[in-house]
Design a protein around this ligand. Structure first.
Ligand code: SF4
Length: 463
């Protein structure tokens, strides 16, 4: 396995900005090239076949109202002003130019709900206007129902809510107790026309609660459509560093499967590198889980056969219409497709009757971010999860490993007074082009660092 060394990381650059939109076919080819270079191009690979990127994070603030023990933000995040709206929209344009319509754009931060509400709404609306899919990544504290209604009206298609023990929410001593918070958020989003994901960071303290958390969330599959677990990673300002030996993609996936209580294959279709994540696609009917990819060979074959069809998740009726029209022209696949549907219906029949036809789609992920000090070259090369920076998209793990380099740089802007630069530390324009100097660490950051040093030395003396 090859790792980036310190110098490689320092020299690593984002993929750059594009002058005009790249045709989707070229974007797919570009991604396929990256997959091949990394040696992960296989027949069950979706990245580069169906879509050129799984998701692009658009960080609209570095501020947060929590201080998680596994936070990926920089020690200096609270010193950075929110980047101007014009710059955010310019980055949205770049996401479109790189990856085209239907791209998932995760509006994130810090916590994006801390951004000026009118600007947040404009950002969501602009992403939607370009026919991309804006989702909100939040800890939920300030994601009030009126705000979510407003954002849904502006075009928001989904919300990803992060709740877990790493957030150290006062009064909650376990994931089980945190289900009270999850329940409150579930009721808050109930009935909104957006998909709902719950995200949990896995660390030593909650590993044993993964399966119960899955059980709780799937018992709310009428609202929750996605369950995601991300493994702890040593990156950013978080105070927990070394990953516990028990935590890896296989052990976390095994715990998730326990919570699903029915066999689900997480490796039928791959998105990016096999060490980065895996996922299962299921239906929840009458409280029971059904693996939608049960027939692996047929799933892969149909995925390839249907690759030409534009899957517009914003308009499922039109997408189904396209699939039906395509099937009519390809009777061989119509027969196979019908067989697939009938097989599934037969398996589900008794629960379908009991649930009176109520079916909920439930997708379950495990995501394995890397430590900042051990970035694997092939995983960065085949990364499916990008962050949009001033200099184009870059792998999320690489971004986290050198956040300050990407964030604390003067940003060029065109103003009525000509080209000026925006200073991320002051939030002001300056025609002289200020040199950004990282400030003294804030009091909180200093305390955190001291706490960490103390922890490190006690670990060393116990070793
Ligand atoms: S962000 Fe990191 S863990 Fe996720 S796909 Fe990219 S390289 Fe892999």
């Amino acid at each position: 396995m090859e790792y980036f060394n310190k110098e490689d990381i320092a020299a690593f650059e984002a993929y750059g900005n594009l002058e005009k939109p790249r045709p989707v076919s070229e974007a797919l080819e570009f991604t396929e090239g990256r997959m091949r270079k990394a040696g992960v191009w296989k027949r069950n690979q979706l990245l580069g076949l169906r879509f050129p990127v799984a998701c692009v994070a658009l960080e609209i603030t570095q501020r947060c109202n929590l201080d998680c023990s596994l936070c990926y933000l920089s020690e200096y995040s609270e010193d950075m002003k929110d980047i101007p709206l014009e710059v955010v929209l310019r980055r949205v344009d770049q996401i479109y130019k790189h990856y085209g319509p239907h791209t998932d754009v995760q509006v994130t931060g810090g916590d994006p709900t801390l951004r000026n509400r009118d600007e947040l709404e404009q950002i969501v609306a602009y992403v939607a206007k370009l026919n991309m899919r804006p989702t909100l990544m939040t800890n939920g504290i300030k994601a009030t129902r009126p705000l979510l209604e407003r954002l849904a009206k502006a075009g928001l298609v989904g919300i990803a809510i992060h709740v877990d023990m790493t957030q150290e929410r006062p009064g909650y001593a376990s994931e089980k107790e945190l289900n009270e918070v999850r329940k409150e958020y579930i009721e808050r989003v109930r009935g909104l026309p957006i998909s709902v994901l719950f995200n949990t960071t896995v660390f030593r303290e909650n590993f044993h609660e993964i399966s119960d958390t899955v059980s709780f969330l799937r018992s709310h599959a009428d609202v929750v459509g996605f369950i995601s677990f991300q493994l702890q990673a040593d990156t950013g300002r978080g105070t927990i560093r070394e990953r516990d030996v028990i935590i890896n993609l296989d052990t976390v996936t095994a715990e998730i499967k326990k919570g699903l209580e029915r066999p689900v294959d997480f490796n039928v279709l791959q998105v990016g590198h096999h060490d980065c994540h895996n996922y299962g696609m299921t239906l929840s009917i009458n409280g029971n889980i059904y693996d939608l990819y049960q027939n692996a060979d047929l799933t892969v074959e149909l995925t390839h056969a249907l690759k030409e069809i534009e899957m517009d998740r914003n308009d499922p009726v039109r997408t189904v219409g396209r699939i039906v029209a395509w099937c009519l022209k390809h009777p061989r696949y119509t027969v196979k497709g019908m067989r697939w549907v009938l097989e599934h219906l037969w398996r589900m029949k008794s629960d379908l009757i009991k649930a009176r036809g109520k079916v909920h789609k439930l997708t379950v992920f495990a995501h394995n971010f890397m430590d900042a000090k051990s970035l694997e070259c092939d995983r960065i090369e085949s990364c499916s999860f990008m962050v949009m920076t001033e200099n184009g998209p870059v792998s999320m793990c690489m971004h986290n490993a050198k956040r300050d380099d990407f964030l604390f740089q003067p940003i060029k802007m065109n103003t009525a007074d000509g080209e000026q630069v925006w200073d991320p530390l002051t939030g002001k324009m300056n025609s002289d082009g200020p040199l950004v100097q990282l400030p003294e660490l804030s009091k909180t950051a200093k305390m955190r660092r001291k706490r960490q040093e103390k922890l490190d030395s006690s670990v060393a003396s116990n070793a």
